[in-house]
Design a protein around this ligand. Sequence first.
Ligand code: HEM
Length: 391
Amino acid sequence: MTATTTVDVDLFTDDVLDDPYPAYRALRDAGPIVWIEPQQCWAVTRYDEVRATLEDWESFTSDQGTGLNDAVNSALTGTLLASSPPLHDKLRGVLAERLSPRGLRSLGDQITRRTREIVEPLVERGSFDVVGDLARVLPPTIVADLVGIPDDVRPQLVPWADAIFNMMGPADKSRTFSGAALVEEQFAWLANVDGSMLTEGSWGRAIYDAAAEGRLDPEQAPTLLSAYTSAAMDTTINALGSAVWLFAEAPAQWRRLRTDRSLIPDAFNEVLRIESPLQFFTRVATRDVDAADTRIRAGERIMVIYGSANRDERHWGPSAADFEITRDASDHLAFGYGLHGCVGQGLARLEAHAVFDTLADLVTDFHIETPPTRHLNSAVRGLDQLTVSVR
Ligand code: HEM
């Protein structure tokens, strides 16, 4: 006997994007799998079900795109994000070694040095915008260096990525396609890239070398290049902005981290848990699936909401909404899980750990100067501006 729980909650209004947590809680309480009427798709919002859906990539595929509208889903088809084995493994394999813990080991010093170059002058100034001066500067600088991006397009990386994440939203919202011109601009640039434009020895050059050596189809190189630059921008930027905001709001947690640096990895996990930079992606059922008394039919789309799973009281307990850096949040789902789990998480951790460590050396207190403003985007969550003074 199966039943359908229908919920009339629009997850893409400005109010909900600004603060989605009451809506997520309502969905979690309504049932393990619910039909979202405004978006005309299923949603899984509880921790166990989100993890199980991500784990079962054969029943819940990314092959038909991970967004909520046909245009983005057909554009994504066949890319790393929207493919299954064997194609997925071939695409992921191109940079897997470089992004592995072993491959990243030699980058630690370089990232620490870059981080200090960016953070020290800001702290000396005494007051700065955490988002504009730090979070939107550090990941693009580091990633552009690693991927070997030419100087003239570097300023475009963040706007391009923001536009692509917006495009994951539903077709009936104006925000979804508001950056279409930027996405076209990126595609036009990608179409003209040849490997020699990317720094020798860089990750980008390695993608084009793989194509030249027949390990990759030449037409797959531009989308793979784009996957690494786009996925590495708003995600890490939002994580860094949210981190400083959370610490500024909870000075005792910051003092704790300053006195015990071994807490830095846990603290970053906790930031990602409580303010997951990527809030959702989608999957499509490849067969009729009976899950939690609900029948999902082959071909139906399911929103998988990482940002809700990471606040599910059923998994995290009654303090799920509290920021506690001593919590063991290492099994959060902010990097996804399973086949498509974030391939760049080692780099994101290196960047964030370097920022936390540098700030911990230099800053005893953050004082919020002006109330932070939120940057609304269909899929990623973060701040637009957070001006702090530091001591
Ligand atoms: C805090 C920062 C980051 C967060 C929260 C994040 C989050 C995620 C999530 C949730 C997924 C899974 C998508 C799915 O389930 O379909 C993912 C995949 C991916 N991420 Fe990240 N990411 C971050 C940083 C990065 C960085 C720095 C890079 C590049 C170096 C990167 C590259 C990718 C790529 C290429 C994929 C697709 C993997 C696949 O489909 O197999 N990410 N990321």
